[in-house]
Design a protein around this ligand. Structure first.
Ligand code: NZQ
Ligand code: ZN
Length: 387
């Protein structure tokens, strides 16, 4: 295990009927006027908007709205939010949605306190010294954004989907009421399950040795996700399974699984470039990319992939090579069982597009930790992912 520091300041309020407490949670921070950020309308159908707004009113918190955040959220929308905040003396952001809404809210929170173009921060130029407090009501368990300091935004003019993070952007309070996820379309539950599993594997397969304690946590999270996502695809209103998936999702990317190790984020980096050109959902992209990445890199740590096969998929055997390959196949079979796409061809990518996607991803190369990937490695992974 490597040396580490761990601090996560986000307060989680978890469980049924907790959304009505959002107003008092925000009032505790002396915030008077929030920008209420949400997506394309699901929060009206499941009643979350009404509950949140009446809680704000009951606590004398004024608000303006920014609606229409799309999946794979755009920089232009973030800038629209920053302008509203600056022109209206807004002193906090309330995100109601999944990762796209929360990430946009974090970028607005940063951009409202940053004197230059907010994209500079994504480019790694400039330093964020202040940010507005962000509060969230999570409606889709997938990204872990409700309890981490990162955000991913697409700069549509430059064709870059890049991440930015700062400890100033941990949400102050996140409300997770798993019952509001009853309304998720099946594919979004599946996307969530794939995203959670990928986050955990990106901690697990980084080549760092002597990480037994955290590996056990990783394996436990993944086994929980497999068990309960299987239930949810046929029984979407199973409250217990929604709770299990939701908490697994938060733990998967709140920093815990990443302590004492480097992590290897190559699958995410490649997927982000895939969604720049194809605008597919993040979870679908990961179901395609990560198994292909595994097939390309497993020989860098065959024993660890064999451990995955044994401890997560219960596959028996003595030959590590066979175990590793069977484990990867089992993961892919599980994704197929859920109904996730597992090849680029299925989502309409053409073989000749691979070069463009690899060029885009290689703006961030060398990437990865288990194996450092250059452009030609990324191309090979995309070729494996093709069919
Ligand atoms: O827009 P609405 O109408 O709200 O519909 C949304 C959207 O269409 C719908 N939805 C959300 N909650 C619902 C619901 N529909 C019915 N009932 C509910 N309760 O779900 C759709 C997808 O929402 P989105 O927020 O895009 O999904 P997700 O949470 O998977 O977020 C994906 C984004 O997060 C980024 C991804 O790259 C992607 O842009 N990521 C952020 C990370 C982070 N901040 O740490 C890490 C992740 O790995 C990821 O990269
Ligand atoms: Zn993800």
């Amino acid at each position: 295990m490597l040396n580490f520091k761990f601090k996560n300041p986000t307060k989680i309020v978890f469980g049924k009927d907790t959304i009505s407490t959002i107003g008092s949670e925000i009032a505790d921070f002396k915030v008077k006027k929030v920008l209420l950020v949400y997506g394309k309308g699901s929060i009206f159908k499941n009643g979350v908007y009404d509950t949140a707004v009446s809680s704000l009113k009951n606590n004398n918190i004024d608000f303006l709205e920014l609606s229409g955040i799309k999946a794979n959220p755009l920089l232009s929308k973030v800038k629209e939010g920053i302008n509203i905040v600056k022109e209206n003396n807004i002193d906090g952001i309330l995100a109601i949605g999944g990762g796209s809404v929360i990430d946009s809210s974090k970028a607005i929170s940063a951009g409202a306190c940053y004197e230059n173009d907010v994209w500079e921060l994504f480019e790694g130029n400039g330093k964020l010294l202040n940010a507005l407090p962000v509060f969230t009501i999570l409606t889709l368990s997938a990204t872990g954004s409700e309890m981490n300091f990162g955000g991913v935004i697409t700069n549509e003019l430059e064709g870059k989907k890049w991440a930015f993070g700062s400890p100033l952007l941990y949400p102050k309070v996140s409300i997770i009421d798993p019952s509001i996820q009853f309304t998720l379309p099946k594919i979004q539950t599946v996307n969530g399950a794939v995203d959670i599993i990928t986050h955990v594997f990106e901690a697990y397969f980084d080549g760092v040795k002597n990480t037994d304690m955290i590996d056990e946590l990783c394996e436990g999270i993944i086994k929980t996700v497999i068990k309960h996502s299987k239930i949810l695809i046929t029984d979407p209103k199973n409250y217990n399974s929604r709770c299990e998936l939701a908490w697994a999702s938060t733990l998967a990317l709140n920093g815990l699984t990443g302590v004492g190790r480097h992590g290897d984020w190559a699958s995410h980096d490649i997927e982000h470039s895939l969604s720049v050109f194809n605008d597919i959902s993040h979870g679908s992209g990961l179901a395609i990319i990560m198994p292909a990445w595994m097939k390309y890199v497993y020989t860098c740590d065959t024993a660890k992939f064999a451990k995955m096969a044994k401890n997560i998929f219960n596959i028996q055997g003595d030959n590590n090579e066979t175990l590793a390959l069977n484990g990867i196949n089992e993961l892919q079979n599980f994704y197929k069982y859920l109904g996730a796409p597992t090849t680029l061809k299925e989502v309409g990518v053409k073989f000749e597009d691979i070069n463009t996607i690899a060029n885009n991803a290689s703006l961030l190369s060398p990437m990865g930790s288990l194996k450092k990937l250059e452009k030609q490695d990324i191309q090979k992974i995309l070729q494996i992912a093709f069919e």
